[in-house]
Design a protein around this ligand. Structure first.
Ligand SMILES: Nc1nc2c(ncn2[C@@H]2O[C@H](COP(=O)(O)OP(=O)(O)OP(=O)(O)O)[C@@H](O)[C@H]2O)c(=O)[nH]1
Ligand SMILES: [Mg+2]
Length: 445
């Protein structure tokens, strides 16, 4: 079936592009233009007519033959004036036809995948590129989109080693070259080294999903005030009552063009009721999942509460607030912090806007130190991580076995490793994940 969609955003614009894909896309476009489109990949000025022969608009048509199109089927782009009425009229006209229907979300890309124009990993990267909100996400999505040959390269090497081991099982020594099992381990070791470096690197996921900063601490220290101050709006309720925040409040933010997710949490204390208890549990799990914890303390309290001490770690940035208060004294807190390894400690007053510039500088420094530029990881989703982890486990398993003594086990490990790589690019098991990926796409892509 041929399908079409508006590929530009709805609303008034200079031009709008309606894209049509399918085996009969060219014939349909010829009928609409009442002419013949005979030059591929060329912008042709055409008139667009409805079925009664009345003019809809004048614009450009570009025909991409199946071997040179995005979807792998014939594609025709119809560029019209970008008015609501023109687009609606053209889409209605297509809708009236029995050989044409509106595309489903992501159907252009899904068709490209089914026609082997792109692989599953590339489709995911295109989805990420469409959703990119920051420069880092754009750069990463493009870099990864062009990186899938690496998985094929590893897989081919593994399959090559596998074929040699299988030959050693099936044939007698006399029929085989003597060195058939030579260098296999070093080939696998090289792949494993590269995979394990990637598994140690979480930058791809941080850039795609955002760097997670959890704001945690005792009640009433100014955590919600801190969130509101950073994002310059009142996202969380602030009050002098202890236990104001009970839920998790997640806000998308950017530091140095990197996506950040700020999480305000309930103050950590012995909970008075069930709701507060759940809030405290959520706060603790936000701190577990975070990349950075901002542990906020009230400098007029003169000490770090015991239940907060256990949350201080090497991913902690301590912020001592309420510097403006008369009884503020950060010295005992600073002293207690000496026995902890933390990122930094800053004194501020949100009320008087004191120390905030320094705090922003430290946050920028932490994000700048993420080594994002150096990262070469190909992992940007939990799906990739899980599959690569399985692949790594199988390859480690392979290296532990003596291939000559137990070739069957060696072959099985390699088969599992290659299958996991195959799943990443979608050679295997595409159907089960297709729905999940394409539900996030827009209709025109
Ligand atoms: N003096 C002073 N008061 C502050 C400062 N920052 C916040 N406050 C006040 O401290 C009180 C608590 O602030 P919140 O931001 O609600 O504190 P919280 O940590 O989110 O509190 P919970 O949600 O109850 O855990 C409010 O009355 C704020 O106005 C500050 O820098 N100086
Ligand atoms: Mg709060």
């Amino acid at each position: 079936m041929n399908f079409y969609a508006l590929s530009t955003p709805p609303g008034i614009s200079g031009i709008a592009v309606v894209r049509l894909s399918g085996k009969n896309a060219l014939q349909i476009a010829n009928q609409i233009s009442r002419g013949v489109i005979d030059e591929p990949r060329t912008a042709l000025l055409k008139k667009f007519y409805d079925q009664n022969g009345d003019l809809i608009d004048e614009g450009i048509m570009i025909w991409y033959p199946e071997e040179q199109s995005y979807t792998g089927d014939h594609v025709v782009e119809m560029h019209t004036h970008g008015s609501k009425a023109v687009v609606e009229k053209l889409m209605d006209e297509l809708d009236l036809r029995s050989d044409c229907r509106l595309a489903e979300p992501g159907e252009f890309t899904k068709t490209a995948l089914q026609n082997n124009k792109i692989n599953l990993y590339e489709a995911e990267c295109i989805a990420d590129l469409l959703h990119a909100e920051t420069e880092a996400q754009r750069v990463q999505a493009l870099r990864l989109k062009n990186s899938s040959p690496k998985f094929m390269e590893w897989r081919e090497t593994i399959l090559d080693v596998l074929s040699k081991i299988e030959a050693s099982i099936d044939f007698t020594d006399e029929d085989l070259p003597i060195d058939i099992l030579k260098n296999n381990n070093s080939k696998i070791k090289n792949i494993l080294k590269e995979i394990d470096v990637m598994l140690d690197d979480s930058m791809g996921e941080v850039i795609r999903d955002g760097y997670k900063i959890a704001i945690i601490g005792p009640p009433n220290v100014g955590k919600s005030s801190f969130l509101n101050m950073l994002i310059k709006r009142q996202a969380a309720i602030v009050s002098s009552m202890k236990g104001t925040t009970r839920d998790i409040i997640e806000i998308k933010y950017q530091i140095n063009n990197y996506p950040v997710i700020l999480t305000d949490t309930a103050g950590i204390r012995k909970a008075k009721n069930k709701v507060e208890k759940t809030g405290v549990e959520l706060a603790l799990s936000a701190s577990k999942e975070s990349n950075l914890d901002v542990v906020m303390l009230d400098g007029s309290q003169n000490k770090i509460p015991e239940n907060i001490k256990s949350l201080i770690s090497s991913k902690t940035l301590v912020v001592i607030n309420k510097k403006d208060k008369k009884n503020y004294n950060a010295k005992p807190i600073m002293k207690a912090l000496k026995s902890f390894k933390i990122k930094d400690c800053i004194e501020i007053s949100i009320k008087n806007n004191d120390g905030i510039d320094k705090l922003n500088k430290v946050l920028k420094k932490v994000v700048a130190g993420l080594n994002i530029v150096q990262s070469t990881t190909l992992i940007s989703r939990a799906r990739h991580r899980d599959l690569l982890k399985n692949c790594s486990q199988s390859l480690h398993g392979f290296l532990k076995v003596d291939t000559i003594k137990d070739p069957e086990k060696s072959a099985e490990d390699l088969r599992l490793a290659s299958n996991n790589l195959g799943h990443i690019v979608g050679f295997i098991g595409v159907e089960e994940i297709l729905g999940k990926i394409f539900q996030d796409f827009c209709i025109g892509k």
